[in-house]
Design a protein around this ligand. Structure first.
Ligand code: SF4
Length: 323
């Protein structure tokens, strides 16, 4: 098996427009996020969306908020009480249909926005009083309902190292899935895709690793669309689960097993020390992964060289460098 092909295809990622520094907020300002604009932006292409501007509200405009039932809130301007719910819902419905023709691999929403926030948006009771942090912005809600399998996050949650790595890893997996589908999904293509993602899936969930393996093994018996949908659902469900240090340690030990006959006693001792330090959270994941990649090259281990786990996302993003 040849090595992963690298990151030739750049994922297409939707983003709340103000996070890229565009002055589209109600007060004429922006909410530039440096990581998104300057770091991740070097590795993905963005589709910026500003629901409030695109549905015809100007800049500047009156501020708005969510009001009423947290499950189905209304979007209302704060000072004059204009109800913009139907306008925003109608626009969002047609915008998500437009976006369906783009090979999006994820979306980063603006935290807290009544239009763009994906979770924990304030919803004010009709009768007044304190808001509940239980809402979802109207555009984000329409997007997540239309694309339930696409990775989504907000810029606030992306400040957490673990959530950031998880989201970006899923974006790159989705990009590879898009590439596979663009070539025409064949049984051989799916088997190869699954084989290369085995260790990555295992790092999130051994149960999903087994059930997806069983699904691929019986692929011939299933109609193509059923197979496609069951595989993608199971894959994205698995990758949403946290890859804990314990699960990662299990995968690292599994990888080490491939070299047990080639490593000298000294190399084995050094590798075990590194795995142990990682398991005790004294070293970041990048250290054992780098050492294992060294042995993959040194011993020309073809199966491991094809594993996306060992090259899950561009090294420049430093997503595995936190202890
Ligand atoms: S939060 Fe959403 S609606 Fe508000 S300015 Fe940013 S992109 Fe536009």
């Amino acid at each position: 098996m040849s090595a992963p092909a690298g990151f030739a295809g750049r994922p297409l990622v939707g983003v709340s427009r103000c996070l890229l520094g565009e002055k589209v907020r109600y007060d004429g300002g922006h909410k530039l996020d440096h990581f998104l604009a300057e770091v991740l932006g070097r590795h993905v292409d963005y589709v910026p969306v500003c629901p409030e501007v695109e549905c015809g509200l100007g800049v500047p405009r009156e501020a708005m908020r969510l009001v009423g039932d947290a499950e189905s809130p209304r979007l209302v301007t704060i000072r004059s009480g204009v109800d913009l719910t139907e306008r925003m819902r109608g626009w969002a419905e047609s915008r998500v249909e437009e976006l369906a023709s783009e090979p999006l691999c994820g979306f980063v929403f603006k935290y807290g926005s009544p239009s763009s926030g994906m979770s924990r948006v304030k919803v004010y009771p009709e009768a007044g009083g304190s808001p509940l942090l239980k809402g979802r912005g109207l555009f984000a809600a329409a997007f997540m309902e239309r694309f339930p399998l696409l990775p989504v996050e907000d810029e606030g949650r992306l400040n957490d190292d673990g959530l950031r790595e998880n989201f970006i890893e899923r974006v790159f997996v989705m990009q590879r899935w898009r590439e596979l589908e663009a070539k025409g999904l064949t049984l051989g293509g799916l088997v190869d895709f699954h084989t290369r993602h085995k260790l990555l899936i295992m790092a999130h969930s051994v149960e999903h690793y087994r059930s997806l393996g069983r699904l691929v093994a019986t692929a011939r018996e299933l109609p193509a669309e059923v197979l496609r949908s069951q595989y993608l659902c199971g894959l994205m469900e698995a990758l949403r689960l946290t890859a804990t240090v314990k699960k990662q340690s299990n995968v690292l030990a599994h990888v080490m097993g491939y070299f047990k006959r080639q490593l000298s006693a000294d190399e084995k001792r050094e590798l075990l020390e590194v795995l142990d330090a990682y398991a005790r959270e004294l070293l970041p994941l990048i250290v054992p992964v780098t050492l294992l990649n060294h042995y993959v090259r040194k011993f020309d281990e073809a199966y491991l060289a094809g594993q996306w786990y060992l090259h899950a996302h561009p090294a420049e993003l430093k997503l595995r460098n936190h202890a």
